[in-house]
Design a protein around this ligand. Structure first.
Ligand SMILES: NC(=O)c1ccc[n+]([C@@H]2O[C@H](COP(=O)([O-])OP(=O)(O)OC[C@H]3O[C@@H](n4cnc5c(N)ncnc54)[C@H](OP(=O)(O)O)[C@@H]3O)[C@@H](O)[C@H]2O)c1
Length: 313
């Protein structure tokens, strides 16, 4: 079967479509026929070797962390009801998903109702859980809170806007001016175009800042939080923690595969309360283009890779 792999760290040119063997599931694993996988910035960061200290890999390694497909074989300890089921999945660190078949622990998959397409199911897990774990399980947002979501037009941000609104928050988001209508369509109450005005000149008394950018944006975000507010961060890069000086709390959300949270997200999507923002779909053979696009840092919503020889049921 085919998989997108890299045998050394480097630019997009180290990627190749390779023929590899299919593993068989052990007692608590499932074999999945993958229909679609999603693109996340972590995919190119891992490929470039930027995360090799935190995510050590045996090379060659397969790209990707999430996707959707059908369970085609199960280990002896897995619920037989999972066999032949449509599912989405969030793979553990070190397991790549841009492949026609993969083996995963059954705890990493969530059933997909017929109303959720394979493409939408593939887009949900990593980006959706990143927004959910950060806002709901880490910052514990509540109705009426003023929540600032940086990078609202990206994969994580576009889920975060909707999740925060569904929880009753007043949502302010930053993006470039070209994405203003996109984030408004997702439900943002206020939009600040970062290429037109600095956000800190317009905001005060924010309860929660969701920092998806780090660096300079992280530094400038302390000033907009109210005392007792929370900054919840996703970026792995180190930052200067100024929480004591500003009387706020800084938390780093730990994004790991969590079955019950993934099931909750899928239910939200199936109910129509969460729109999955798939903006682009590419055949798997366009793996290099996909990585180049992600590296620009200006993706809108989610990009999905479609596996060859699969007709979406
Ligand atoms: N630690 C973890 O476990 C974890 C999990 C998920 C994501 N992350 C990280 O979180 C970040 C975002 O992920 P993602 O999937 O949402 O990325 P993405 O889909 O590539 O989106 C990036 C977004 O950033 C926006 N952006 C760029 N510069 C900006 C600025 N100065 N102000 C406001 N928005 C700006 C872009 O909007 P414009 O086009 O409008 O500029 C774009 O929509 C990435 O660095 C990713 O690696 C970490």
């Amino acid at each position: 079967m085919l998989a997108v792999q890299f045998a050394e760290y480097g630019g997009p040119d180290v990627l190749a479509l390779r023929e590899i063997d299919v593993a068989q599931p052990t007692p608590h694993e499932v074999l999945i026929d993958v229909h679609a996988a999603s693109l996340n910035p972590i995919d190119w960061k891992i490929r470039a070797g930027l995360l090799r200290a935190v995510i050590p890999l045996t090379l060659p390694a397969t790209v990707g962390r999430d996707g959707a497909g059908i369970v085609s074989a199960i280990g002896s300890g897995v619920d037989p009801a999972l066999l032949n089921t449509r599912i989405c999945f969030f793979a553990p660190r070190g397991v790549g998903t841009w492949a026609q078949q993969i083996v995963l622990p059954s705890s990493c998959v969530a059933p997909l109702p017929d109303t959720v397409s394979m493409q939408d199911g593939a887009a949900l897990p990593l980006a959706g859980l990143s927004a959910w774990i950060a806002l709901v399980e880490t910052a514990h947002i509540t109705p009426g809170m003023r929540v600032l979501i940086h990078a609202g037009a990206g994969g994580v941000g576009s889920f975060a806007i909707q999740i925060a609104r569904a929880r009753g928050a007043h949502v302010i988001t930053t993006c470039s001016a070209r994405n203003r209508d996109f984030v408004t369509g997702l439900g943002a109450n206020e939009v600040i175009a970062y290429d037109q005005a600095p956000f800190e000149s317009q905001l005060r008394d924010i309860d929660v800042v969701f920092d998806l950018l780090g660096g300079d944006v992280h530094k400038r975000s302390y000033a907009v939080l109210k005392r007792g507010g929370t900054m919840v961060c996703l970026v792995a890069a180190p930052f200067e923690d100024r929480s004591a000086e500003f009387g706020v709390k800084v938390m780093v959300a730990q994004i790991v595969p969590k079955k019950e949270s993934l099931v909750a997200l899928v239910e939200l999507a199936a109910s129509g309360a969460l729109r999955v923002p798939v903006e682009e779909q590419l055949p798997l053979a366009d793996f290099k283009t996909a990585h180049e696009q992600s590296q620009t840092g200006h993706m809108r919503g989610k990009l999905i890779m479609l596996m060859p020889d699969r007709t979406a049921p």
